[in-house]
Design a protein around this ligand. Structure first.
Ligand SMILES: Nc1ncnc2c1ncn2[C@@H]1O[C@H](COP(=O)(O)OP(=O)(O)OP(=O)(O)O)[C@@H](O)[C@H]1O
Ligand SMILES: [Mg+2]
Length: 335
């Protein structure tokens, strides 16, 4: 049975169904409905920037990324940062003797792994990102999807799925992993529209306050839709979507939604690139003009890409025929 609760005053719509899976169209409609009206005048571009765990693990890369974000921010872009931390969590799990299990690029989160995820995501990484931004003169606020009721999720029920590695169909219980059913972007807007950069770790909670782990690309996608962002930038450790994951020269500069679906179906992408592309596709369907998948370690990549879409990484647009998105931020001179 489905139950839809709508609170127009708080711009949040809760769509609940704990027994069955939600039809994707309804889920999408729900998240879209929290976005700003498309007709609203925009004083400054709104960007959501997802920072992958691997670029963040290198303090020099983090510093350079923070410098670029501070430049965009100083030029008036309203930024919301979402960060991952998969490799850092796996490393700590190894040190604690807790086995990491991933299926189709998504992590199984047992109770112990969840404890570590809170320490790594909401603790160390969040603080380091906020501190790096501060070093570059940008005031950021670290939070998780639990804060301010930003992300509402339900624990994922065990699902039957084909393990792309083994080709076998199995019933997978992801345990403390959540699926987002509502986003209340009020607090993020409050911060971003008043000169702060919200830095969001990919944890959420259900109505009972049970904390849930959510893939950071999924969080970035849903926040970009709910915020009515102009662009979503996903900064990872690869130069974009590659035809051959071992060969950076095989980067695909431009993709359409159909092209990206084909790559997933054909098994060209694997591991963490699957939820990343899934998130990118949903973002485009949710009304965001373009998603840029880039190497977070490339100096000034995000500044160049904002000024000249398609100059770095892989740009995914909704349109077939690939009409290039317009520049939304000027990058004259760098700090
Ligand atoms: N065809 C492909 N092109 C590019 N990367 C691919 C492809 N297939 C698989 N990958 C893998 O996807 C990885 C990126 O996803 P991953 O989840 O590991 O990083 P992230 O999302 O940036 O970080 P985090 O999960 O910490 O937020 C790459 O490191 C690469 O190994
Ligand atoms: Mg990932």
């Amino acid at each position: 049975m489905y139950c839809i609760l709508i609170h127009y005053d708080r711009k949040i719509i809760h769509y609940r169904d704990r027994e069955t899976n939600w039809p994707p169209t309804v889920r999408r409609t729900m998240i879209e409905s929290t976005a700003k009206p498309k007709t609203a005048a925009r004083a400054a571009p709104r960007f959501v920037v997802k920072l992958g765990g691997r670029p963040l693990a290198d303090s020099r890369v983090l510093d350079a990324l923070a410098g670029d974000l501070a430049v965009l921010h100083a030029r008036g872009a309203r930024l919301t940062v979402v960060h991952g931390g998969g490799p850092q969590l796996s490393r700590l799990s190894d040190r604690m003797g807790i086995r990491t299990r991933k299926i189709n690029g998504r992590r199984v989160t047992c109770a112990e792994t969840l404890r570590l995820a809170k320490m790594v995501f909401a603790g160390e990484i969040s603080t380091d990102v906020v501190a790096a931004l501060r070093r570059h003169g940008a005031h950021a606020v670290g939070l998780t999807g639990v804060d301010g009721g930003v992300i509402s999720a339900v624990r994922r029920s065990p699902v039957e799925m084909t393990n792309r590695e083994t080709g076998r169909v199995e019933v997978v219980d992801f345990q403390h992993v959540g699926d987002i059913y509502g986003v209340d972007a009020t607090m993020l807007r409050l911060l971003a529209d008043n000169g702060f950069i919200p830095v969001v770790a990919s944890l959420a909670a259900d109505d009972a306050g049970e904390v849930l782990n959510i893939n950071a690309d999924t969080v970035a996608a849903d926040l970009a839709i709910a915020l009515g962002a102009d662009r979503l930038f996903m900064m990872s450790d690869v130069p974009g979507v590659l035809r051959d994951v071992g060969d950076p020269a095989t980067r695909i500069p431009e993709l359409t939604v159909d092209g990206a679906r084909e790559l997933i179906r054909g098994g060209v992408v694997g591991d963490g690139m699957i939820p990343k592309l899934d998130g990118a596709l949903r973002t485009l369907e949710g009304g965001v003009a373009a998603v840029h998948l880039m190497d977070g370690r490339a100096p000034h990549a995000i500044l160049d890409e904002a000024a000249a879409p398609g100059s770095h990484g892989t740009t995914i647009t909704a349109l077939d025929g690939g009409s290039r998105p317009e520049a939304v931020c000027v990058t004259e001179g760098r700090a």
